[in-house]
Design a protein around this ligand. Structure first.
Ligand SMILES: Nc1ncnc2c1ncn2[C@@H]1O[C@H](COP(=O)(O)OP(=O)(O)OP(=O)(O)O)[C@@H](O)[C@H]1O
Ligand SMILES: [Mg+2]
Length: 258
């Protein structure tokens, strides 16, 4: 594994019953970069993220995180890997019966022996990093979608992990709130020097926060390109995804040019 590579998928395959989802995925992520994975619904983007922390076990192939092969690990060693990886789940996935403080501090309770006072201090500091203050005692049900995403983000970075995975961080949010989240992600990356993998359908967000874009198509990563290359890509499959299958005339009618 080259020194500047922090995550590597080698020929990774995963099926659920007869349904082959990943069919020989190869991908490397460089230390410090932000890489976006795009692809149509149901292609296995969320599954790809979940294989990194062993949440979804793979059938074949190898996955390396920071020099260690996670696909060869016992459960005990996976804890160390999970500590290194923060994850913002699709739909934020907060614990509804826990307060915002308990949600954000959850990884601290799982992975450290910090006192409650220390956990509260870190939770407050982390909530401030995502522009939320004074909501420690509220419950997820009391928050808007955008606020929940930000709480999910705070939980993902509570341990200050070197790697953060964002699964659809802006889906379902209005354009202004989306850009607030995108700026936040950018800011956190710079401040904490995080390596990120972002899964999104939202190409505008991808262009805003990404160094490289990987496209997952029919079980394989069919291309990894810079955002500039992606915009100009001639590949039929990328072009179709980028235009949403619209013709040139339709693109013009909605005021979009690639
Ligand atoms: N635990 C599971 N058991 C059975 N099938 C699963 C499981 N998890 C995922 N799948 C299937 O794997 C495929 C890929 O799912 P995944 O959630 O990774 O798609 P996705 O690319 O993230 O889609 P979306 O963009 O809609 O979020 C889907 O067909 C899904 O039904
Ligand atoms: Mg998904």
């Amino acid at each position: 594994m080259a020194e500047d590579v922090i995550i590597e998928y080698r020929d990774v395959s995963k099926r659920f019953g007869e349904h082959v989802v990943l069919d020989g995925v190869n991908l490397t992520v460089r230390r410090g970069e932000t890489l976006t994975i795009v692809g149509r619904s149901g292609t296995g983007k969320s599954v790809m993220l979940k294989t990194l922390t062993g949440l979804v076990p793979v059938d074949a192939g190898r996955i390396f995180v920071d020099g260690d092969e996670v696909t060869a690990m016992e459960e005990d060693d996976m804890r160390e890997v999970r500590r290194k990886i923060g994850m913002l789940f699709q739909n934020a996935a907060l614990f509804d019966s826990m307060t915002i403080f308990e949600n954000v501090a959850y990884p601290l309770a799982e992975h450290t022996d910090y006192s409650e006072a220390k956990r509260l201090e870190i939770a407050k500091e982390t909530l401030e990093m995502v522009d939320l203050q004074g909501i420690e005692d509220q419950f997820p049900g009391e928050l808007s979608g955008g606020m929940k995403k930000r709480v999910g983000l705070a939980r993902a970075i509570a341990l200050r992990p070197p790697i953060v995975l964002y699964d659809e961080p802006t889906t379902g949010l209005d354009p202004i709130t989306s850009n607030v989240i995108n700026r936040l992600i950018r800011r956190l990356q710079r401040k904490l020097e995080i390596t990120s993998i972002v899964v999104t359908h939202d190409l505008e967000s991808a262009f805003m926060i990404t160094d490289r874009i990987a496209m997952l198509h029919e079980g394989k990563i069919i291309s990894v390109q810079t955002t500039e290359e992606f915009r100009r890509a001639q590949d039929e499959r990328i072009h179709e995804f980028a235009t949403g299958g619209l013709s040139e005339e339709e693109l013009r009618s909605v005021g979009r040019v690639l």
